[in-house]
Design a protein around this ligand. Sequence first.
Ligand code: CA2
Length: 149
Amino acid sequence: MKQILLLNGPNLNLLGAREPDIYGTFTLEDIERTVNEVAQKKGYNVTSVQSNHEGNLIDEIQGATGKYEGIIFNPAAYTHTSVALLDAILAIEVPVIEVHISNIHQRDSFRRQSLIASACVGQIVGLGLYGYKLATEALIEEIIPKRQK
Ligand code: CA2
């Protein structure tokens, strides 16, 4: 079966426990289940990785070539700081969709900039859990098939 990588960055393992006004009440497990359900119905398998460590995220991205057809990525706070993640995405051919639960453009000024956005095929913000669902559909229905033409 074709494979997709769902990659979540630092502190997203705390979802559901704190800051529900910003991030909602769903958990990381809910995200992983949702992405899995959508992907499985369309014939894709999902590998889910959450890490609090920048280097682990980079290792996952570097290892994606030949393994995954696409990546759904919420780099959390590293979105706003990591040139290393940008470089890792630029180094692979695998399409990456950037997802944020909150609308980063409505928040603190330092959250308005994404250092990885220019290397991603698209960005979904502010739609909570639904954003992950949309990213899964977009990858499978639109992005991956177009690349294979
Ligand atoms: O909106 C998003 O998805 C973010 O990527 C979430 C990051 C934040 O640094 C980005 O600016 C936007 C933070 C994730 C932390 O998640 C928590 C969840 C519950 C309790 C504490 C943190």
